[in-house]
Design a protein around this ligand. Structure first.
Ligand code: SF4
Length: 404
């Protein structure tokens, strides 16, 4: 598809032209200091420890750069984005300032009604469904596809499952753009089927069904999961051959555990030869997600008073990082640096249990020296991480401008 004058997915060769703007928009001085000092910054009684891997991943960097290149390449055209390029409010606001408009949702995907043949549409790093892609191509506009290579790898895997008659059992969030796009890949083969499970508890329902022990049987299973499965999904037929995959940003540990447990259930119920024939698994967590989760696990081995995780509230990989941290230390997932109000001593954060936003006063101990752990999701730029450091310091009365 590359080489077609209306379809691009390898850049426009304008990196040098946009690099200065990107640096101005997203780089952070305090993060540079942290990087120069082995991810440690001490000012007065506060020590900030930044995880070794954090923030923008290769897929997001590429997508954002490609959006900037698109603006440079087509200065006079209307440019649209299918949804959010990544889940970061700051980055999306910057793109809006550049005159890039965001397409809203429709019942079947995105609403492409405003798009005309002379326009340009950017597809996000998570990709779009086959239906969306085909709808867009039919409009004849220029399509700039920033779908991450790691997402494309999952799509290939899911497509192979569908081709070989395996139901793609996807560990993910059925409403997340990436998972919707991934699930749609089964449509490339007649009869291709998917089922999305959000966590181990839902995977246990699948295992119970395979073992004949799901309370309420087929109707109850369909009532619970029809919204997260192919329209023709029938658990009596489609849980016989299963191929496990996952949204790239889930908790890696849980994805692996789900794959192993479903395979083990098939072996227990039907025997090892059946499992060998009827079950496939493939780790489709992307390396950037894995590296960030590994880095946070390493950081959590140190004594920390609190952990701050920065990233959009709807950012799957950020939520996974926050969940890991919360197992070991008091953790605050903030959407942006503005979630910390130094003068009031308040933090506004996403409660990990309810998913609701909460405000908490006196969140940072003020009577002793403290160590604050810090990481950020793959869609958080360095300047927002640096601002977060500044606000943490200011909460303890330290002027960030004095930190050099
Ligand atoms: S989190 Fe992984 S799959 Fe998603 S854009 Fe980043 S590198 Fe690609």
């Amino acid at each position: 598809m590359t080489g077609d004058a209306t379809y691009y997915r390898k850049g426009f060769g304008l990196r040098a032209e946009v690099q200065q703007t990107l640096t101005a928009d997203y780089d952070g001085h305090l993060v540079d200091l942290l990087l120069a000092r082995e991810h440690t910054l001490t000012a007065g009684p506060v020590t900030v420890r930044l995880a070794k891997e954090f923030g923008f991943c290769y897929g997001v960097e590429r997508a954002v750069e490609y959006a900037y290149q698109t603006r440079a390449k087509f200065p006079d055209r209307r440019i649209f984005l299918a949804g959010e390029i990544i889940h970061n409010p700051h980055v999306n606001a910057k793109l809006k300032e550049m005159g890039i408009a965001f397409l809203g949702a429709s019942p079947t995907g995105f609403d492409y009604t405003p798009v005309e043949a002379a326009d340009v549409v950017i597809l996000p790093a998570f990709g779009v469904t086959i239906h969306d892609f085909e709808t867009l191509r039919a409009r004849g506009c220029v399509v700039v596809d920033t779908t991450c290579g790691s997402v494309l790898n999952v799509w290939k895997r899911v497509e192979v499952y569908a081709k070989e008659g395996f139901t793609a059992l996807i560990h993910g969030k059925y409403y997340h753009e990436e998972t919707r796009a991934t699930a749609s890949q089964v449509e490339k083969h007649p009869g291709g089927t998917y089922l999305v499970v959000r966590d181990m508890a839902q995977a246990e329902d699948v295992m119970a069904y395979i073992a004949g022990g799901f309370a309420g049987g087929r109707d109850a299973f369909l009532a619970k999961y029809a919204h997260a499965a192919s329209p023709h999904f029938d658990p009596d037929i489609h849980l016989r051959r299963i191929g496990a995959a996952n949204q790239t940003t889930m908790l890696a540990r849980e994805s692996l555990a789900i794959g192993e447990a479903v395979g083990a259930t098939m072996a227990r119920v039907h025997g090892d030869p059946y499992r060998a024939e009827h079950f496939r698994t493939f780790d489709t967590i992307c390396s950037a997600t894995q590296d960030r989760q590994d880095a946070v696990n390493t950081l959590l081995q140190e004594p920390l008073d609190v952990m701050v995780v920065v990233g959009g509230y709807n950012s799957s990989n950020t939520i996974s990082l926050a969940a890991l941290c919360a197992e070991r230390v008091t953790t605050y997932h903030i959407e942006d640096a503005l979630g910390i109000d130094p003068s009031a001593g308040v933090i506004r954060h996403r409660d990990l249990g309810s998913g609701q936003e909460r405000e908490l006063a006196a969140w940072l101990p003020t009577d002793r020296a403290i160590r604050v752990g810090l990481t950020a999701g793959a869609s958080t730029p360095n300047n927002k991480i640096g601002e977060t450091v500044a606000r943490i310091l200011a909460t303890r009365g330290i002027d960030p401008a004095t930190v050099v």
